[in-house]
Write a protein that binds this ligand. Structure first.
Ligand code: HEC
Length: 131
């Protein structure tokens, strides 16, 4: 899109579109999401020593998508609906409002960056694919 072709009245829509696709197309579970889990989560959510019965390694996808959370009535990940996905609420720190419990994740550590949160959000919005 050439800047000269951008009518001011289209600007809000264009900006919304650009932020939705700021990560450049479809998020990959393996290439984009897993590295965040590996860097920030697996030390406490690994098979054999998993907190809250959640293992994010080796098969995070199977433990998340469509699986009921232990702490709330929500699924851990509800494809297409980040705000109904308990994992997303936990990393955002809004789990209590949704009837959940416990702390923001990663537990007692710095929150995920805005870019990492946006990545998880986009992955869920795109249907939480195993891609
Ligand atoms: C230092 C250890 C630690 C780290 C790191 C950590 N967690 Fe947790 N996690 C816990 C503990 C302890 C609980 C249970 C208590 C609570 O919820 O506060 C928990 C619970 C959860 C739950 C609730 C599971 C359910 O079914 O109800 C989710 C979802 C979760 N963690 C996701 C994550 C994600 C995603 C990351 C990385 C971004 C992460 N955690 C990093 C320790 C950790």
């Amino acid at each position: 899109m050439k800047p000269s072709g951008l009518q001011p009245r289209w600007l809000p829509a264009a900006l919304a579109f650009m932020s939705a696709t700021a990560l450049g197309g479809t998020v990959s579970f393996q290439k984009d999401v897993m590295p965040v889990f590996m860097a920030r989560c697996v030390m406490c959510h690994v098979e054999g020593a998993e907190q809250e019965n959640l293992s994010l390694y080796p098969d995070a996808w199977a433990q998340l998508v469509g699986v009921p959370s232990k702490e709330s009535g929500l699924k851990r990940v509800e494809p297409g609906a980040p705000d109904k996905s308990y994992l997303y609420l936990k990393v955002q720190g809004t789990q209590l409002k949704a009837g959940g419990s416990g702390a923001r994740m990663p537990f007692q550590q710095d929150p995920l960056t805005p870019a990492e949160l946006a990545l998880l959000r986009q992955w869920i919005e795109e249907g939480a694919q195993r891609n």
